[in-house]
Design a protein around this ligand. Structure first.
Ligand SMILES: C[S@@+](CC[C@H](N)C(=O)[O-])C[C@H]1O[C@@H](n2cnc3c(N)ncnc32)[C@H](O)[C@@H]1O
Length: 201
């Protein structure tokens, strides 16, 4: 499959609401199937307006090193570099997505500050460099993810989670939005963003 052929699990065209809800339900089943296969979720890109809100909530600065765990087409890491001058890393288990993200970084002129690697977020040893981490993965893996994040991340690292809370962690801030772009993805326009800080050890 060429990187250009790589399309997200959910359709991006607009549909009447009932059909959109059905797609949302099917996406949930697809997610459950992915979990059963051992992945932490299918490729569903964060819609662009939510990328903006997510980076704002994370208070990204030039000195930040952002790691997106399950980085898809690389948009979060690339936007953080482009708009805020940050640097960062995207980790994804799917090699064609890592290839796509690497090509996107080159197209956007930020290859000197970002990189993308094929790795499993549950096995990776690369997390400790992060000053901020972004997460958009299945709710069912959040419980399993938290011990890895707490073990590997430095105290003070911010975590911004898209839609799903990190089980057992106390958030600093939660924001809710309604984005039309989410209807086709999750069957609802509701979007929740959580901000956490890794506590001292
Ligand atoms: C919902 S998408 C989010 C993509 C991107 N972070 C964004 O917000 O646009 C989840 C991504 O996680 C990746 N993924 C799933 N399981 C993974 C694992 N065990 N290790 C690394 N990446 C994984 C998928 O390939 C997919 O690209």
């Amino acid at each position: 499959m060429s990187v250009r052929d790589f399309s997200p699990v959910s359709p991006t065209f607009s549909m009447p609401s009932l059909l959109a809800r059905l797609v949302g339900i099917l996406a949930l089943f697809a997610s459950a199937a992915c979990f059963a296969q051992g992945t932490a979720g299918p490729y569903v890109p964060t819609p662009w307006p939510i990328v903006d809100e997510l980076l704002k909530l994370g208070s990204i600065k030039k000195t930040d090193y952002l790691i997106d765990i399950g980085s898809g087409d690389g948009r979060l890491v690339i936007e953080a570099a482009k708009r805020y001058g940050a640097s960062g890393l995207g980790i994804d288990i799917q090699a064609p997505l890592v290839e796509l993200a690497t090509a996107n970084a080159a197209k956007e002129g930020v290859s000197d500050r970002v990189e993308f690697v094929v790795d499993d977020i549950f096995q990776t040893g690369l997390l400790s460099r992060a000053t901020i981490v972004t997460v958009y993965l299945l709710p069912s893996i959040m419980g399993k993810l938290v011990p890895k994040l707490l073990k590997d991340l430095k105290p003070g690292t911010r975590i911004v989670s898209h839609d799903y809370a990190l089980e057992g962690m106390k958030y600093d801030k939660v924001l809710t939005f309604d984005f039309q772009e989410k209807l086709d993805i999750s069957g609802t326009t509701r979007t929740v963003l959580y901000l956490y800080t890794v506590p001292g050890k």
